[in-house]
Design a binder for this molecule. Structure first.
Ligand SMILES: [Zn+2]
Length: 192
């Protein structure tokens, strides 16, 4: 009898937690295979899903701008087939992606560079489309939470070969704190 009640409580608890939502318009610049873009979106989708966030993917032309984009949590990511125009500091790794942050917090545009993504994946025997998904997720997290990096996980400033191996196994996730802060931003109750 007690067992039955307990199971019931768990089910109620699960159904009460509603995921937060955001929309992401993907714009491809250059020659990016559609299947690779879709695979990258899938990887990013599951990462956010496990953080309690549902991502709706939208076409490039549907994207919003300025205040409206920020208010509706509608982000735009440009996927380029080349390199960043902003050179990486000497000695640093090639830039995989960038989030364009603003002082007033209305950040909604990011870029991902597929050529260095493919090169890094190849160098570590990793799947380029999986890495693409992680870069998409990393830049979207910057747009939500700002420019800070973490010591480990999805929000590390640079990933090493063990991170790439964990990505391939699906074992690299947002931290519980990052997930909670992103959900708070999307809910409109602030990141802190
Ligand atoms: Zn970063």
């Amino acid at each position: 009898m007690h067992g039955g009640l307990w199971i019931c409580a768990i089910l109620l608890g699960t159904s009460a937690s509603v995921n937060e939502r955001m929309t992401v318009s993907i714009c491809t610049w250059g020659h990016l295979p559609e299947a690779d873009v879709a695979a990258g979106e899938n990887t990013a989708h599951s990462l956010f899903h496990s953080a309690g966030i549902d991502v709706k993917w939208a076409p490039c032309e549907a994207g919003l701008e300025g205040d409206e984009a920020a208010q509706q949590h509608w982000f735009t990511l440009r996927l380029r087939d080349g390199e960043s125009f902003i050179p990486a500091p000497s000695g640093a790794d090639r830039t995989l992606g960038e989030a364009f942050l603003s002082e007033d917090g209305d950040a909604y545009i990011g870029e991902v560079y597929y050529q260095p993504v493919q090169a890094l994946a190849e160098a570590h025997n990793a799947e380029a489309t999986v890495l693409l998904g992680y870069v998409i997720a990393h830049e979207l997290c910057h747009l939500l939470l700002g420019g800070k990096h973490s010591q480990q996980g999805v929000m590390r400033a640079a990933w090493d070969s063990s991170d790439l191996a964990r990505m391939n196994r699906g074992g690299l996730k947002f931290s519980p704190s990052e997930s909670a802060r992103m959900r708070r931003v999307l809910k409109g109750t602030g990141a802190h």
